[in-house]
Design a protein around this ligand. Sequence first.
Ligand code: MSP
Length: 537
Amino acid sequence: MPCLRPRSLISSGPPMFYLTTAIDYTNSAPHIGHAYEKVLADVIARYHRLRGDEVFFLTGVDQHGQKVQQSAEKQGVSPHDFVKQTTLRFTTLWEKLGIQYDSWAETTDPRHKDCVRAILTELRDQGQLYKKAHSGSYSVRQEQFLQDRDRDEHGNFGPEWGEVIEIQEENWYFKLSEHTDWLKNLLESTPEIITPAFRKSELLNALEKNSGLDLCISRPKERLQWGIEFPFDENYVTYVWFDALINYISFAGYKSAGNPTLPDFPTIWSQRPVHLIGKDILIPAHGIYWLCMLHAMGFSDAQMPRLLVHGFWNGLGGAKISKSTGNVVDPDALADKFSVEALRYYLIRDITTGRDAEYDIDRLVMLYNTELANEFGNLCNRALNMSQRFTAGTLQIGSDLTEDDLALQQSLTSTLADYRAAMDDFEISKALEAVNRHVVHCNRYAENMKPWELNKNPDNRPRVATVLYHLAESVAHCAVLLSPALPSVSAKLAEQLRLPHLTTLHLADLKWGLIPSGHTIGTPTPAFPRIVIEKES
Ligand code: MSP
């Protein structure tokens, strides 16, 4: 469960790494897309902890809005009870998948509501909000007024908008149009605001189309009650997106007046934070509304978040995962069937961050069995079991190193550099590929050195020990490098190696010689049991 670090521990020492994900809608159960985003964020957060950064990882749920109100009505329960129930499905799943967040955002939390209200009041006082009547087409599904630019080539509103109705109503607006020129300049001058870089032009095009439009940020209570009431107009609640985006600052302690249950905002936001989101919510929500909202609140260019935009998991053939196509994947069932480790590994290994991928259960099984059960599992087995059998579990390195030994050490050095560069760029799959390359190198080394043959002659004992030391040292390094992706297996390997410090060391400490010569390891047990699929008869 969420652990909020005491302020005293968030010191001015190591760099602050503040990471958030999108908060998930609670109108339905978590699916594979939600699980991907959470696992990806967890791996990034764990990697930064490994680097020694001071990490604050916030995630949570989006509990307001029309969809929740409608789903609750359908079930005949109050929206409050409904979101309590669905939120529990998310928290239970994140616990099962080992998602280690530092704080949890729920938009019905009174601390969040206070923050949203304080921002509304401040923006109104600064003349950033106004009220006006508007008549037009409204998408019930997307909970927003539509513009002509939202029509398709035939002049119709496409199916993505769901039911579209004509309504006239008075609402509160945010002067978005006053900030779009600033935003264009920011995007041009500060490329790191958006990753991957190819998303920048999409955003600039959208800004061009959006020019001159303000953002409707209220919903009349006659239509929607399940939202945050305006502090200065009790007939209105806040538009779900305006409310939800603010979670990134409300739970970081913004305008919390020293509330001790929230962190210190200037500390948390002292470096550019990273917002991990899916490609569908870049435009307009995060890429336009959110950045302009922050600008209106007085955030400087240096304080603007970095938007890290991931791609989508689709069904085979690129089909969108949706209830209507019947290809919704339940991550909870997958974890039960194949293990949490196999699911975590697949979700970050078989996709390039920023691009889409096609979900394929055969590939999940193949990748786990090939790279973990066969390659890494085999290496662990060789290193640990043979050490038990041939050297009574004691690892000793000799002084006469061969070219093969030095080549293995060199492979480890370059793996470390490749891993680090890839992880710093959020390229998780590439980093895992680098680790796998070293594992393959080690298995080839074992096959060439043949310690099981060498051991037949007692004169070779020192050489056998040196070979096994090289394999075990590689296992120790790989266990650390894989710890962001596979934390529990990594801890298990540290235990088998009887090297508890592997679970707390920093990346900079990862140098040849993690295992002191003369060290005795514990009892090995298989870390990666093979997935066996029963053939249906
Ligand atoms: N509640 C809003 C976000 C508010 S953030 C202030 C929302 N929720 S969502 O439940 O629809 O989506 C949550 C996250 O899951 C989004 O980042 C979205 O892009 C991501 N995904 C939803 N489907 C996905 C896939 N099929 N694949 C990968 N990620 C996907 O939007």
